[in-house]
Design a protein around this ligand. Structure first.
Ligand SMILES: Cc1cc2nc3c(=O)[nH]c(=O)nc-3n(C[C@H](O)[C@H](O)[C@H](O)COP(=O)(O)O)c2cc1C
Length: 232
């Protein structure tokens, strides 16, 4: 399948046949997920491939026993981290140094710009201060309008992690299997199963398996593009 055929073929499948998915299929899709474009290349994702039966059962319960979760051969949880940017930034700088000749602009970006937007201080206090300063400067020239608060940082990170989810699902489709992205779950319980703290937010849970034809609830439904596409 070419890319357009894969995009057409991907559907949300909510029931799966009792068939295993070869490990290689998941590993390939995971590699594709990690190639997603991501904000400042800080790679704030974590992907949990939940293989432990007890954990999987707890996840199904946390996902309100949705049939997709209950019948899926594999369950994966895509997480955004607000705290790993420091480690990842250090690793990126190390790697750039190893490659030699880091452009000053790139160095400044990681040492000045990134901390400015990714650190937000106790109860977002510095974040709110930054918002005030940027709003004032913004009266006179274009300025970044965030992220300033933890919530805004989480929003930025969710964009990135969602792109990894899409890469993952398309890679699953390209290999002849099906998936379902889920946000219908109790995040507190999912985090408990995975032992995650407040620095993590669960972006999506993804079910993977061999499509049961009953798992597609109808023909694809999309509204008229006139509502969404604009040439200005
Ligand atoms: C972020 C996100 C969360 C979703 N959560 C659920 C879910 O919890 N349960 C479910 O049955 N479908 C879920 N879906 C699937 C959508 O309902 C589905 O993508 C949409 O109806 C379009 O159908 P299609 O994917 O077959 O084109 C979710 C999709 C996205 C992108």
């Amino acid at each position: 399948m070419n890319l357009f055929q894969v995009i057409e073929a991907r559907r949300s499948v909510r029931k799966y046949l009792p068939e295993q998915v070869p490990e290689e299929v998941i590993r390939k899709a995971l590699s594709a997920a990690l190639l997603a474009p991501n904000s400042s290349n800080l790679q704030p994702w974590e992907i949990y491939w939940v293989r432990d039966t007890r954990k999987k059962t707890a996840l199904i319960t946390a996902a309100f026993d949705q049939s997709a979760a209950a019948t899926a051969a594999e369950l994966l949880v895509f997480v955004a981290r607000t705290d790993t940017w420091k480690r990842n930034r250090a690793l990126i700088l190390e790697e750039l140094e190893r490659r030699g000749n880091i452009p000053q602009q790139q160095l400044d970006y990681y040492t000045k710009f990134v901390p400015l937007f990714y650190s937000h201080g106790w109860i977002d206090l510095t974040g709110w201060l930054k918002r005030i300063v940027f709003s004032l400067v913004g009266l006179f020239r274009p300025v970044p309008r965030g992220p300033f608060t933890t919530k805004e940082v989480k929003g930025v990170l969710s964009k990135t992690v969602a792109l990894a989810c899409q890469n993952f699902m398309l890679a699953i489709t390209a290999q002849g299997y099906s998936s379902l992205p889920m946000e219908g779950f109790d995040e507190c319980r999912v985090k408990k199963v995975l032992n995650l703290g407040s620095e993590s937010s669960v972006v999506m849970m993804i079910a993977v398996g061999r499509e049961n034809p009953e798992g597609i609830y109808g023909p694809r439904l999309r509204l008229d593009p006139k509502f969404f596409l604009f040439e200005v």
